[in-house]
Design a protein around this ligand. Sequence first.
Ligand SMILES: N[C@@H](CCC(=O)N[C@@H](CS)C(=O)NCC(=O)O)C(=O)O
Length: 212
Amino acid sequence: MILHDYWRSSAAFRVRIALALKGIEPGRRTVHLRKGEQRAPGYLAKNPQGLVPMLEDGALALTQSLAIIEYLEETHPLPPLLPAAPAERAWVRAVALAVACDIHPLNNLRVLNYLTGTLGVTEVQRDGWYRYWIDLGFEALERRLSTERATGRYCHGDAPTLADVCLVPQVANARRFNVDVAPYPTIVRIDAACNELAAFADAAPSKQPDAE
Ligand SMILES: N[C@@H](CCC(=O)N[C@@H](CS)C(=O)NCC(=O)O)C(=O)O
């Protein structure tokens, strides 16, 4: 397996965590997003979306972090990243999708570049945009996670799941953009618990070989 990765990508960060939790050590290729390597013809030929992560497994070129993680879940079932019961799986997926579909896409590099480059917003306005969408998403997640009976040491129970795999990179992003995370004590507590695990801590952006 080869993971096409970039140290600062939070979508790639999710896949790095999932691979580590599953005990898989893929090869790694850096796709330097700031240098535009995601738009190089060779990369676009395999992934026309021009995004990381991409995971190659033999002849397969898998894209979209959640699809990649579900592929890993199905090919390497242990340890499971989804609970057994359908209702619990739906909840774990709901947390993951709240991050991956409703927060992260509004804050990724190409959106931020469009705001400043095409729409001409200032960096202060851009950072305000970033924080607005994180706060909106985290407020709702905090309310659910703090009241859900199944919340444990992690988002769901006492073993990490897909929900944590998505939440931790988003918390790292929030901190990078100076979002005040104090109003989200459950999220902060879960993030800290996850980061005690090597699979999460070693997948952090600052630990990657291409970190600048
Ligand atoms: N929904 C995609 C999102 C992937 C994505 O947005 N990747 C970002 C980095 S976190 C990227 O490659 N950005 C390149 C760009 O904006 O040009 C996934 O979950 O894999």
